[in-house]
Design a protein around this ligand. Sequence first.
Ligand code: PXP
Length: 251
Amino acid sequence: MTAPLRPSQLRLGVNIDHVATIRNARGGDHPDPVRAAEIVASVGGDGITAHLREDRRHIRDEDLARIQEATDLPLNLEMAATEEMLAIALRHKPHAACIVPEKREERTTEGGLDAAGQHNHLQRFVSTLNDSGIRTSLFIEASERQLDAAIRLGAPVVEFHTGEYAHAFLDDDSERVASEVKRIADMAALAAKNGIEPHAGHGLTFENVQPIAAIPQIAELNIGHYLVGEAVFVGLESAVRRMRELMDEAR
Ligand code: PXP
């Protein structure tokens, strides 16, 4: 194995959910997301992100403790704001918890959390996670309304949903790409001004990561599906390295 990557100002959290998706397709133990976490750690990734969904379609409860035991990397648990997930978060005490909206029928997390509309429901989750020392993040659209709600909720971190940006990129629509980058950059600056650490993620690839990585206030990107897909062709180590190179180049 080659030397780890040097530390960067912009952290890369690797979402290993889809290693578990492949494992679960056959119902056995292979490929093991824990092995993926170990590879991410060995190559200098900054964190492991895992979404324990209500339907357990990829990550399972027992994976969380196994990931925590296998590496020293911080675990970012993506979770819906439910009593069940709160109890699991409090039991496992991950470094961070990112509250995401969750609908059973969706294929992936298709939009941001309505932090503004669900303020009253979310308050206890954010406060309880904060009080237990878990760094709480809200996965929101880059809008002033949602950011304002995150500020009022006392979230130390927000993660901006880059799905619209990724779609604009796929459509090759340069005007929409530019306006999405501006929207995310403006909200990242506003978040930082208010003492909130901005992160970003969803749909990021080798082709589209750099304009988002170049936003100076963004402290972390969480990337999963594309990296696991690339790993099929070039290996996870190589895919993570390339992503980090592209992120570092953009800074
Ligand atoms: N961040 C959050 C909060 C997510 O829910 C996800 C997965 O939907 C990601 C990042 C990673 O997205 P992707 O798998 O498209 O890279």
